[in-house]
Each structure stands twice: as structure tokens, then as C-alpha cells.
Write a protein that binds this ligand. Structure first.
Ligand code: PEP
Ligand code: MG
Length: 547
């Protein structure tokens, strides 16, 4: 098998069995001479479970996507379809296993639907009946819907991996993943870097060649994938794995060092995290704290709006476990590729520019209030800072301050203690915010530059779209100029400025960051030692880039 290629989105090398996340093994073999009553009971129980799964999917889809809801409704009806039910019952009478009875009946009906040429509606029913039969067979085989637990190390393959799926991956057993779509700054790739496992995204047509399955060898730096490697290829990947591990251990010595440049500028090298599971990785890699806690993952992991108490307990634990290190929690940045069905955000033409993040919080202040109350209550347990995402206007910063003052008064009136030392900052991740950073700097305590979105909006290049990944370049002079402007305006106003987008870890840019006086770099925990080394070895006198 030849070398396949994608975008290397998280460094490291892995060799393991390839499993498809959304393609469990649903092959069926015919067994005979079974007790029809027992098989009928198995079928009935699988049908009941399928119905309740479809009910839940239908309800959830109703809130966001009518068309998808309709599909689930058709699937529910199919479970009751007389032709389908009779076909299964007849097969069961012959003493075959329930899986076979379902498969045979569904294939027969699908063939019949497909033969109805010119009738698009009936042709589409072929796919529906197969879908329903697969659901039933999956249940009979004991495979849970979206099951992501494994009993052995695996590399997960998926056409696309939503952040909500990635957060549920079995962190013990998944040693890497590969996807057909997506790019290095899609949130799934970011999560892979946080987990410190190699991942390759945007494989495009090469992904389809993985269909035969087997063992995969992947290199998350080069983006290379070899399916069923021969001895020579296996040796090559194992050598790369050893080299990667050797490089990692050479970095060990940097973990506990302070990141100070040759000119004496001290930079905090902190971590981007998505939840409590990532905290050990922060301390294990010598992080000076957390520069970005993507709090929306609390919402993505929840079936409904997380309550004030639920959130409070999480923030408290993060702060306590990391104290006295500073922790920057970013308020809810939901929307775009990060969707929770219970928010009921309807399909949008341009979700990245749509109803998301602070826009939701300012339109629905009760959501903001719940989160801020939880954060302020937790603030007495450690060193908390809070920042707000997707700011585009001065008015938003002012509105946030008004709401904050109200919430603080509310807590005071209730006699609930909170820290007055909390710093409040905003993310600079839109060109509007960067251009207005002189004005915005007067309103806040710090800036954190989100290079992922700043690049996406500046270059007009969707961060999720692998086909234009060449245009999505955080090192483009246009992006660098906005960063430099932001840093200048921050320092002129006497506030600090960090970078928390993925390019904070790009050590080819560390010199530039030091030239413009960046005070904090927030990166995936595994990147911390390499970034500390790059700061220590940087040469800030070098001419600035992109000015
Ligand atoms: C960014 O946009 O750079 C950022 C850090 O936020 P997110 O990647 O979560 O959008
Ligand atoms: Mg962003």
C-alpha cells in the first residue's frame, strides 16, 4: 500500500489498529435451527430500543433541523412498516437469527425501492430501510450508538469528527486519529493536540483508500499514513516514533524553567485546556498556568444547560488544583462548529460569522449571568481571570462591564464572597477588534490574541476547509500586522497581551512574538516545553516581521 497523505495536525507517531468511529462492523452471518420465539424476543427488544433512540434523535433534531427530524420520523415509521415487519416475522419462523432476518428483509425491500426508476422518493427509501436495519443489527450486536470505548489501542478514522465526538473519545485507548475533512485549526485537531496524540486531518480522497482496514501507521508531523505497513515501512515508522520520543525527552529539562528572553523579558507559557481531564497535563508539562479554558466544552459535554452549581464546582476544582498559577477562563464560545442541540441555534448560512459566543451571551443574558455567577463564586479558590470571545465592538465591552457590575452587586447583596482581584480581558480574534484595540485597551485588563479566528476572518479563509488551507496562514503579513498593532496598543495602555490561538506554539514565529513584546503564550500542554525553549533561545533583536 502506498503512502497516503493528509494534513499533519498534531505531532507524534502511532501504529495501531484502525477503527471507524461511525462504521462499526455490521456484517451479518446466517445461522439456522434457532428457536423462533427466542429470536423474536431479541428482535422485539432491539426494535423497542431502536424506537427510543429514534425518538430522542427526532426530538433533538426538531429543535435545530427540521429536515433531519423528518428523516428520523421516517425511520420510526419504518420500524412499523407492515412489509418490513411481515418480512422479518416470516424469516424468523424459519429459525434463522434475528440479524439475518432483518438484513435479508431490508435488502429485499431496498432492491424493490431501487427498482422504482423515476420515483426519487421511493428510491430514497432504499437508504432509509438499510439505515434502520443497521440500527437494529448494531443494537443486536451490543454496539452502543456512537460507542467510543475500546479494549485495545486504536487509531480512529472518521470522515469528520465533531468536537462533541472528540471530547467523548476514550482517552486511554485512542492513540491517534485520521479524518477525511477538517483542517489543523478545526477544534477536533486542537483537542488532539491537547491530548498529545498524533492526528491527520483533511485526507480528502486518500481517506477512501483506508476502506479495507487493518493496521495503520501515522505520522502527525508529516501527515503521512500507511495502511498495513510492510516490515520496512513498519521499521521506518518505529524509528520515527523513537526519534519523536527522544526529542520529547530532550525537552524535559525545559519544563520547569522560566521562559525569559536574552533581554530579560519574562513570558508566561501557559496551557489551553478544555476541562478537568487536561489539568494533570498542564502541571506535567511545566505550564505556568492556563491561558485559555474553553468553557464551552462544559456545555458540549452536557445534555442541557449546565447549572450554576455544576459550573461552579468545575471552575473551583480547576482553580484549586492549579493555584497559585493564573487561570484564564473564556466565557462560552458556542456556535459555528461547536453546537449543543439544546441551544436551538437554527442552521445558518455562515455560522462562523453568525450567532455565537458573546453574541449569544449578550442577547440571552441569563446564560451569561449563570456562567459569571459560577465563575465569581469560584474566584475565591484560586487565581482567576476571565476573558470574553468574539468581540467586535466597543459597545460589547461596555455592555459586558455593565452586566458584570450588576452580577457583582447581586452577589454582594446575597452575601456571597468573590475576588476583587479577577482581571477581565477580551480576545482579539476579529480584524475589527485588532483595528480598534487602542480604544478597547482602555476598557479591559488584558488582551489575548486568538490567531485561529483572527486568521480566518482576516484572510477570508474558513479554518475548517482543507481545500484552502494554503490561504489560512497565521504567519501571513496581514495577520502579523494586526498582531503587532494589538500588542502596541495594549502596551501603550499599560495592559498585558497574550496569544492563545494555535500559532502561539509555532516556534518559527517566536522571535516575532518576542519582538512585539508578547507577555504570554498559551498552547496545548504538550507544546509547553518546546515553546519555553524557543523563548529562551529567541533573539528578540532580530528585525520584526510583517511591520
Ligand atoms: C482562536 O480563535 O484563536 C481561539 C483561541 O479560539 P477558538 O480556537 O476556540 O475559536
Ligand atoms: Mg476563536
Amino acid at each position: 500500500m502506498s503512502m497516503l497523505k493528509g494534513i499533519g495536525a498534531s505531532a507524534g507517531v502511532a501504529v495501531a489498529e484502525l477503527v471507524w468511529l461511525e462504521k462499526p462492523d455490521l456484517s451479518v452471518t446466517r445461522r439456522e435451527g434457532l428457536d423462533p420465539a427466542a429470536e423474536k424476543a431479541r428482535y422485539d427488544s432491539a426494535a423497542a430500543q431502536a424506537l427510543s433512540e429514534l425518538d430522542a434523535l427526532y426530538e433533538r433534531a426538531c429543535e435545530t433541523d427540521e429536515a433531519t427530524a423528518q428523516v428520523f420520523d421516517i425511520h420510526r415509521m419504518m420500524l412499523d412498516d407492515p412489509d418490513f415487519c411481515e418480512g422479518v416475522a416470516e424469516a424468523l419462523e424459519q429459525g434463522v437469527n434475528a440479524e439475518w432476518a432483518i438484513w435479508q428483509t431490508a435488502e429485499g425491500l431496498a432492491d424493490m425501492f431501487r427498482a422504482m426508476e423515476g420515483d426519487d422518493y421511493m428510491q430514497a427509501r432504499a437508504a432509509d430501510v438499510q439505515d434502520v436495519s443497521q440500527r437494529l443489527i448494531r443494537i443486536l450486536k451490543g454496539i452502543r450508538d456512537g460507542d467510543t470505548r475500546f479494549d485495545r489501542p486504536v487509531i480512529v478514522a472518521a470522515a469528520d469528527l465533531l468536537p462533541s465526538q472528540t471530547v467523548r473519545l476514550d482517552k486511554e485507548k485512542v492513540v491517534g486519529f485520521v479524518t477525511k475533512y477538517g483542517s489543523a485549526t478545526s477544534h477536533s485537531a486542537i483537542l488532539a493536540r491537547t491530548l498529545g496524540i498524533p492526528c491527520i486531518v483533511g485526507m480528502g480522497e486518500d481517506f477512501d483508500q483506508l476502506g479495507e482496514g487493518g493496521t495503520a501507521a501515522i505520522d502527525g508531523t508529516t501527515g503521512q499514513v500507511v495502511l498495513n505497513p510492510n516490515e520496512e515501512e513498519l521499521a521506518e515508522f518505529q524509528a520515527r516514533q523513537r526519534a519523536y520520543r527522544a526529542d520529547q525527552s530532550a525537552l524535559e529539562g525545559y519544563k520547569e524553567r522560566e521562559a525569559v528572553t536574552s533581554t530579560g523579558h519574562k513570558v508566561l507559557v501557559v496551557a489551553n485546556i478544555g476541562g478537568l481531564d487536561d489539568i494533570d497535563a498542564v502541571t506535567a508539562h511545566g505550564g505556568d498556568g492556563v491561558g485559555l479554558f474553553r468553557s464551552e466544552f462544559i456545555y458540549l459535554n452536557s445534555a442541557d444547560f449546565p447549572t450554576e452549581e455544576e459550573q461552579f464546582l468545575i471552575y473551583k476544582e480547576v482553580l484549586e488544583r492549579l493555584a497559585p498559577r493564573p487561570v484564564v477562563v473564556r466565557t462560552l464560545d458556542l456556535g459555528s462548529d461547536k453546537q449543543a442541540p439544546y441551544f436551538g441555534i437554527e442552521g445558518e448560512e455562515n455560522p462562523a460569522m453568525g450567532y455565537r459566543a458573546i453574541r449569544i451571551c449578550l442577547k440571552e443574558p441569563h446564560i451569561f449571568r449563570t456562567q459569571m455567577r459560577a465563575l465569581l463564586r469560584a474566584s475565591v479558590y484560586g487565581n482567576l481571570n476571565v476573558m470574553f470571545p468574539m468581540i467586535t465592538q466597543l459597545g460589547q465591552a461596555r455592555k459586558i462591564k455593565e452586566l458584570l457590575a450588576e452580577i457583582q452587586q447581586e452577589l454582594e447583596a446575597e452575601g456571597i464572597p468573590f475576588s476583587r482581584a479577577v482581571q477581565y480581558g477580551i480576545m482579539i480574534e476579529t480584524p475589527a477588534a485588532a483595528v480598534m484595540s487602542d480604544v478597547l485597551a482602555r476598557e479591559v485588563d488584558f488582551f489575548s490574541i486568538g490567531t485561529n479566528d483572527l486568521t480566518q476572518y482576516t484572510m477570508a479563509a474558513d479554518r475548517m476547509n482543507a481545500r484552502i488551507s494554503d490561504l489560512f496562514d497565521p504567519a501571513d503579513p496581514a495577520v502579523l500586522r494586526l498582531m503587532k498593532l494589538t500588542a502596541q496598543n495594549a502596551h501603550a495602555a499599560g495592559i498585558w497581551v497574550g496569544i492563545c490561538g494555535e500559532s502561539a506554539a509555532n516556534t518559527a514565529l517566536t522571535n516575532f512574538y518576542m519582538d512585539i513584546g508578547i507577555d504570554e503564550l498559551s498552547v496545548s500542554p504538550a507544546s509547553i516545553p518546546a515553546v519555553k525553549r524557543a523563548v529562551i533561545e529567541s533573539n528578540p533583536e532580530s528585525p520584526g516581521v510583517g511591520g
